[in-house]
Ligand binder design. Structure first.
Ligand code: NAD
Ligand code: UDP
Ligand code: UDP
Length: 315
């Protein structure tokens, strides 16, 4: 039985990861400061004797004896990471240093939840790992983008200088159950708006694109990447290459919910990337059994079911 630390384990992706790791017979320590995560996401795990919940902020040192670390702690929605940008970059950078220091001390393998945001507003499309990106270092998104870029640097340097076993996953837009009703990202915004009969808020003209990955597919990828040969450090893109415009996404969600909501156009946030699609050739070579299996419509149906229950629960 492995002892595994998941930072940000009470968040959207972290809660799914904790669940899978427990189901596969591991012992899990879930560490979270509850900035965007909640106990609600992990309520059903609290009874499990192999699950331990710790309130802790990863900008502070943390001591435990573990075999593997998944470092997910960091707000991921632009609304939340821009709320306190200094705290966001501290979480990425100081959090990475502390978790790498821990991994070094106990000789644990450590995986970093990096992001497609390291590519910024990409001039290369789709984005392969060898592309260095196009990031504004002083814009409203930079606390997140540059924080994650610096974390990647720290991971590589702890690996080369101290021999820490690392894996860097560059995660592309992921959605699914356990997103917060107030998360602020596009999939949850559109679904909640559609279910409540409110106008769907399209930022800009809606021609910008994203490629959405269902959370179960991502979790499969993260688990498989962690188990790759020690020579595999990444960065490795994990995403679903099926690319859509925000207008197409809005229309699909209106169709699937049967909502009478209309579209309303609002200004495009500064530095909002115009296009994004993962090149997943490297991932499919390194983890040959992994593929994003869930089609957008299928994943959206699951997510809509979840939000329907959440909205009843919170009303
Ligand atoms: P989320 O906001 O739901 O989860 C983040 C979790 O980290 C929350 O539970 C939050 O309370 C916790 N947290 C934040 N700051 C912390 C701190 N200083 N100390 C301890 N805990 C802290 O977001 P998510 O979508 O689940 O994202 C998880 C990770 O995956 C993040 O690192 C994010 O950058 C990365 N990621 C997510 C996506 C995506 O599309 N969902 C894409 C790329 C990368
Ligand atoms: N650290 C931690 N838990 C540990 C070991 C280290 O949180 O089990 C933190 C420690 O506080 C330090 C950071 O990780 O600030 C980096 O550790 P490292 O050993 O690389 O550096 P140093 O302690 O020499 O600054
Ligand atoms: N977006 C939108 N309406 C919303 C929220 C977001 O049109 O209510 C747009 C946003 O401008 C961006 C895309 O949807 O172009 C994805 O935004 P999100 O915040 O989900 O993720 P990110 O920009 O970090 O990829």
């Amino acid at each position: 039985m492995k002892k595994i630390l998941v930072t940000g384990g009470a968040g959207f992706i972290g809660s799914h990861l904790c669940m899978r790791l427990l189901a596969e017979g591991n012992e899990v320590i879930c560490l979270d400061n509850y900035f965007t995560g909640s106990k609600q996401n992990i309520l059903e795990l609290l009874e499990n004797p192999y699950f331990e919940l710790v309130r802790h902020d990863i900008t502070e040192p943390y001591y435990a004896e573990v075999d593997e670390i998944y470092n997910l702690a960091c707000p991921a929605s632009p609304v939340h990471y821009q709320y306190n940008p200094i705290k966001t970059i501290k979480t990425s950078v100081m959090g990475a240093i502390n978790m790498l220091g821990l991994a070094k001390r106990v000789k644990a393998k450590i995986l970093q939840a990096s992001t497609s945001e390291v590519y910024g507003d990409p001039a290369v499309h789709p984005q392969p790992e060898i592309y260095w990106g196009n990031v504004n270092p002083i814009g409203p998104r930079s606390c997140y983008d540059e924080g994650k870029r610096c974390a990647e640097t720290l991971f590589m340097d702890y690996h080369t200088q101290n021999g820490v076993a690392i894996k860097i996953a560059r995660i592309f837009n992921t959605y699914g159950p356990h997103m917060n009703v107030n998360d602020g990202r596009v999939v949850s915004n559109f679904i909640v708006q559609a279910l409540q009969g409110k106008d769907l808020t399209i930022f800009g003209d809606g021609s910008q694109t994203r490629s959405f990955q269902y959370v179960a597919d991502l979790v499969d990828g993260l688990l498989a990447l962690m188990q790759t040969d020690a020579s595999v450090t990444g960065p490795v893109n994990l995403g679903n290459p099926d690319e859509v415009t925000m207008l197409e996404l809005a229309k699909t969600i209106i169709d699937l919910t049967g909502s009478s909501s209309k579209l309303v156009f609002q200004s495009l946030p500064e530095d909002d990337p115009k296009q994004r699609q993962p090149d997943i050739q490297l991932a499919t070579q390194l983890i040959p059994l992994w593929r994003p299996h869930t089609a957008l419509q299928q994943g959206l149906e699951q997510t809509i079911n979840y939000f329907e229950q959440q909205l009843v629960y919170t009303n």
